[in-house]
Write a protein of this length. Structure first.
Length: 603
């Protein structure tokens, strides 16, 4: 086991790569930190300026890391012939001609979900695998944690319809736990201990996941050819949506993820990420070595680990197995939140889970790269309150006693602002540039004008919404030590209208902060108002922007005109096309037209 891992490491030289990235990030942080210190030290220091520097140093690392990951990824995409193989050598050991010898369980975990779309996705994946000739190598497991009687009845009806229409009903399994101890992680753990011995691999899926047969087969072939590969994570991208918010989000995310993930994979190597879904896992080591510890103390920061995925990746790596990402698009899909309130709710769930990682940084036996992964997951959310506090400290600064007569270096301030703003946008900017430099990619996205217009609209919209999200994270984190928590329940998957009253109820703190900042700056530093305008517009506009971007009519209009469109809206992908067709209720599911005759695959 160790020999194989050592061989891979010697080829990749991950330590050298990690040292390079560490040096780049620390040097950049030191540079911008000195620039900020120079700005704040004009005419001496006071307590607010010291706080400003601390907050800046806490919020800057995630931005800087994003910049270097994106730049490295962009260079790999543009200057190498096979960037995915460079960052993941395991891909080179597998071929499309390799037979499928392993048995794989597709795990769809649900709790109080609308089961009709879930069953539809299961049917489509099942049909795609049958058409590939490898249907017998994959079994479906619908793992329910539902306790609501109506949800249970709907699940049982859906699974009965799936089995009735399938020529191999014994390959479709349904299990419902009587509680949801451990949430999704506990659900998967129960499967591993109960039925894991019957399979070599499992593919973890969320209720909104969709994966094509070629994508699933590639995962299996790569893991068959690499016995030390414990987790292989795909790059899941958003499905076409009629929600304008989802269209904005997934367009920007898709560009940023491509460069960012490629760059991060270059230095993470065999200590890569696991995002909890759309990934293939080798069951035996997962079952034997990835037991999640119970944290001391009471929830929300103690007890069961909520954000289980990255912890399981660290434990898998500790056991000597590799965790890698497949940093390119291809047949792996998910749905994105249809409105800002849903995005914030999901984000706060992740925030709550990631804050538990503080207590895991000292876990015995973890590799340094795994500890860095956990630390970065914490820093991803520490930046939000640091930024909000930075803004508040800056607002009170004009009211503090001023000493000295040194002129403020405006040019230096503009330089620092441009650097930080540019680095924050760099993953998306470089992702868009990568598209524009490729004729085929330009066609897949509808041409230069559509790409440019979509990118500009997404940049403006998400820049305006960023302060609202950061404030929500800050308020939530302030309540965590006092027991505030997010209930981990089912998510909205489809677009819906957000009323003005609902938006105001959830986003009034954003409006209140904007009003307070405006009053303070108006009286204390009116000259700063032009610089604060984007922040104030975003906070004041949070409510109307939420209502507008959630509007079903506006979303349908954007979809019709292909605003912020993704490739699947221009080039048909069969499994996506079928999913986007007529929605079926659970009782109407008829799989016989799409499930072909028994597979010829002996596996």
């Amino acid at each position: 086991m160790r020999d194989s891992a050592a061989s891979t490491s010697s080829i990749e030289q991950p330590t050298i790569r990690r040292l390079i990235v560490c040096a780049l990030n620390l040097t950049t942080l030191a540079g911008v930190g000195m620039l900020m210190a120079r700005l704040l030290s004009v005419n001496g220091w006071n307590w607010a300026e010291m706080g400003l520097l601390v907050c800046f140093l806490l919020s800057a690392p995630w931005t800087i890391l994003g910049f270097w990951n994106a730049l490295i990824g962009f260079l790999l995409l543009r200057l190498t012939r096979n960037p995915a193989a460079i960052v993941n050598p395991a891909l080179a050991r597998a071929s499309e001609a390799d037979p499928i010898l392993a048995r794989t369980a597709l795990l769809m975990c649900i709790r109080h979900e609308d089961v009709a779309p879930v069953a539809r996705r299961i049917a489509l994946m099942r049909a795609d695998l049958e058409a590939s000739g490898h249907g017998r190598a994959f079994h479906i497991h619908l793992l329910s944690d539902s306790s609501d009687p109506a949800s249970i009845e709907a699940e049982e009806a859906a699974i009965a319809a799936l089995r009735a229409a399938d020529p191999f009903p014994q390959e479709i399994h349904y299990r419902r736990r009587t509680d949801n101890a451990g949430y999704k992680a506990g659900n998967i753990r129960e499967f591993c201990e109960r039925a894991g011995a019957d399979y070599d691999f499992m593919v973890t899926l969320d209720a909104d996941s969709l994966m094509s047969a070629p994508a699933l087969l590639r995962l299996v072939r790569v893991c068959q050819a690499n016995p030390q590969l414990g987790i292989l994570q795909t790059l899941a991208v958003g499905l076409p949506s009629d929600s304008f918010f989802a269209r904005l989000f997934q367009f920007g995310m898709r560009q940023g993820m491509r460069t960012y993930t490629m760059g991060s994979a270059w230095w993470q190597g065999d200590c890569g990420p696991y995002w909890g879904h759309n990934a293939l896992i080798r069951i035996a080591p997962f079952r034997d070595h990835c037991h999640l510890p119970i944290l001391p103390g009471k929830p929300p920061l103690g007890g069961r680990i909520l954000s289980h995925d990255q912890v399981e990746a660290a434990l898998m790596r500790r056991a000597g197995f590799e965790v890698r990402v497949l940093p390119e698009e291809g047949g792996s899909y998910e749905e994105n939140p249809p409105a800002l309130p849903d995005f914030i709710t999901r984000d706060l769930r992740w925030c709550q889970g990631n804050m538990q990682y503080f207590r895991l940084l000292g876990m015995k036996g973890l590799l340094p790269a795994s500890r860095i992964q956990l630390f970065l997951a914490v820093m991803m959310y520490i930046g939000a309150p640091a930024w909000i506090i930075f803004i508040l400290l800056g607002a009170v600064q004009p009211f503090l006693p001023q000493t000295g007569t040194e002129v403020f270096p405006v040019e230096l301030g503009l330089t620092l602002f441009g650097l930080m703003f540019g680095m924050s946008l760099s993953p998306k900017l470089l992702g868009v540039l990568d598209l524009l430099l490729q004729a085929r990619e330009r066609r897949r996205y509808g041409g230069i004008l559509r790409i440019t217009a979509g990118a500009l609209l997404e940049f403006i919209s998400m820049t305006l919404l960023a302060p609202s999200v950061a404030l929500a994270e800050t308020l939530f984190m302030a309540g965590l030590p006092f027991g505030r928590a997010v209930i981990w329940s089912s998510q909205r998957r489809s677009g819906y209208a957000v009323s003005w009253s609902a938006a105001a109820k959830g986003l009034w703190p954003q409006f209140a902060l904007a009003a307070g900042l405006l009053a303070i700056l108006w009286h204390g530093a009116p000259g700063a108002l032009p610089w604060a305008a984007p922040l104030l517009v975003g906070l004041f506009g949070a409510i109307p922007i939420t209502v507008l971007t959630a509007s079903p009519a506006f979303g349908r209009w954007a979809s019709r005109w292909r605003i912020c469109a993704i490739p699947e809206e221009f080039e048909a992908v069969e499994i996506v096309e079928k999913l986007q067709g007529r929605k079926l209720e659970a009782a109407e599911i008829q799989l016989s037209p799409v499930i072909p005759a028994p597979s010829r695959d002996p596996a």
